[in-house]
Design a binder for this molecule. Structure first.
Ligand code: SUG
Length: 444
């Protein structure tokens, strides 16, 4: 049966703001306290989704989270009416309030790890929401993420949903941002590539010194077990600790892969030669590795331009496109490298450039904004049809954003009780548009 790579992008939520919450993510730290424009952010994301859907790619939408997260604030001891909870948190612990208001679920590359049915022993598509335990503001996403994934892929004949791993540093799991699946045909057995930042139970192994390694090998191995993967078709690799210390907080900031192509920086992995050899051996021929040399693209340029946070897409025309953020065009060295790449002798044929500045300013490029789900024709039919992008959904969601979103948001605005009302009103309507049922705590 024919299979496709579907990309499910996260819809930017109404509380998108710059709170500087992600230590180790250079953009998040540098843009703290900037004024955000949630409306623009959501429309930039929708434009990418619609453009790719128009090119014949399978494109879906994942709903954002309920924010401000009053329920978590209550768990932390703030009490009273919702407005009182917000007021007390703003006064006593404004940084905790900020963590409970982040729209960070927009980066759905971190929502979960997905294994397609061609790779799993029971021939179902497996989903494990990522616990995102390294950052408090992200560790509160996985329950609702699981609800949204179940509402999108509900048929238990085809889809198997797991709970997030235990939420501690030992099993820190950042989802698909550190997972790539290679294959020759999407519907055939592939090679699943798990990249981690450190070993939790072996302190003799190398680890970054300055910034946290968010993801452990123990988490990757647990997900591979849950997904019933055949060890013959799995490769584990450690991120180069030095590049984590240079701001590469997820592997998808320094490498991207799709089908039989790996595009990465020369310094992406520890013991890169062995990683390349293992992947080539398991792919068994016709595997292309495009490695950008440090002398042409420094790690710093990779981090600031997000060259590797690109989407590598197999177009229906048979060509391969690289979807990059505008920041790549603004960096002369990266721009020159990309020009030589598409004109050179390699499988990347063209680039598509998107303005995603609102998301980029928090460290989220084109690849962060999407969760890949390889689905065969029967699985596409079994998924929630209301979540697939087309002209009518694009029109509806654009109007919905226009009606409900603000065009200016600062950290001070997060305590405004009106923002909570606006956000819940918007999300309630969204669950109807996307036919999700009740996925949010405020609806239960
Ligand atoms: O987890 N930024 C996100 C960016 C995630 C990018 N995803 C991938 N690379 N796949 C993070 O660091 C910043 C929020 C703030 O500072 O307001 C933030 O959460």
């Amino acid at each position: 049966m024919k299979a496709f790579e579907a990309n499910f992008d996260g819809l930017v939520g109404p509380t998108h703001n710059y709170a500087g919450l992600s230590f180790g993510n250079v953009a998040s730290q540098n843009n703290q306290a900037n004024i955000a424009n949630p409306k623009k952010a959501a429309l930039q994301g929708l434009t990418k989704m619609k453009t790719l859907a128009d090119m014949g790619l399978v494109q879906g939408v994942l709903a954002p989270q309920e924010r401000p997260d009053i329920h978590t604030l209550r768990k932390l001891g703030f009490s009273g009416t919702d407005a009182e909870v917000l007021a007390k948190a703003a006064k006593e612990a404004p940084r905790i309030l900020a963590t409970c208001c982040s729209a960070s679920s927009m980066w759905t590359a971190n929502a979960a790890t997905i294994s397609p049915s061609a790779d799993t022993a029971d021939k179902k598509v497996h989903f494990t929401p990522a616990n995102l335990s390294n950052k408090f503001h992200r560790s509160i996403e996985h329950t609702v993420t699981g609800n949204i994934l179940k509402a999108t892929f509900s048929d238990s004949d085809y889809f198997e949903h797991h709970q997030a791993l235990p939420s501690v540093d030992h099993f820190g799991d950042e989802g698909a941002a550190n997972h790539t699946r290679f294959c020759h045909e999407y519907g055939e057995q592939g090679v699943e590539f798990f990249v981690y930042g450190k070993h939790a139970f072996d302190s003799s192994q190398r680890a970054p010194q300055k910034y946290p390694a968010r993801h452990t090998i123990e988490a990757s191995q647990a997900v591979a077990r849950l997904h019933q993967l055949n060890a013959e078709h799995v490769v584990y690799a450690q991120q180069n600790p030095d590049v984590i210390d240079a701001g590469v907080f997820h592997n998808d900031v320094i490498a991207v892969g799709n089908a039989n192509i790996l595009f990465c920086h020369q310094q992406a992995f520890l013991d890169q030669q062995s990683v390349k050899a293992q992947l080539s051996q398991k792919m068994g021929g016709d595997f292309h590795i495009i490695e950008a040399p440090t002398e042409l693209v420094s790690v710093e340029d990779a981090v600031s331009s997000y060259l590797f946070n690109s989407q590598l897409l197999s177009l229906p025309t048979g060509k391969t496109a690289l979807v990059v953020p505008q920041e790549c065009d603004n960096n002369p060295r990266v721009k020159a490298y990309l020009e030589s790449l598409v004109s050179g002798n390699n499988p990347i044929d063209q680039t598509l450039v998107f303005d995603l500045k609102q998301s980029m300013s928090n460290g989220g490029g084109p690849a962060c904004l999407r969760l890949r789900v390889v689905l065969n024709e029967a699985e596409i039919k079994a998924a929630n049809a209301a979540t697939f992008m087309n002209q009518s959904l694009f029109d509806r969601l654009s109007l919905w954003v226009g009606n409900h979103y603000r065009d200016r948001l600062t950290e001070q605005d997060l305590a405004d009780p009106q923002l909570l009302i606006e956000s819940r009103t918007a999300l309630d309507e969204l669950t109807q548009i996307l036919e999700l049922g009740s996925v949010y705590p405020f609806q239960q």
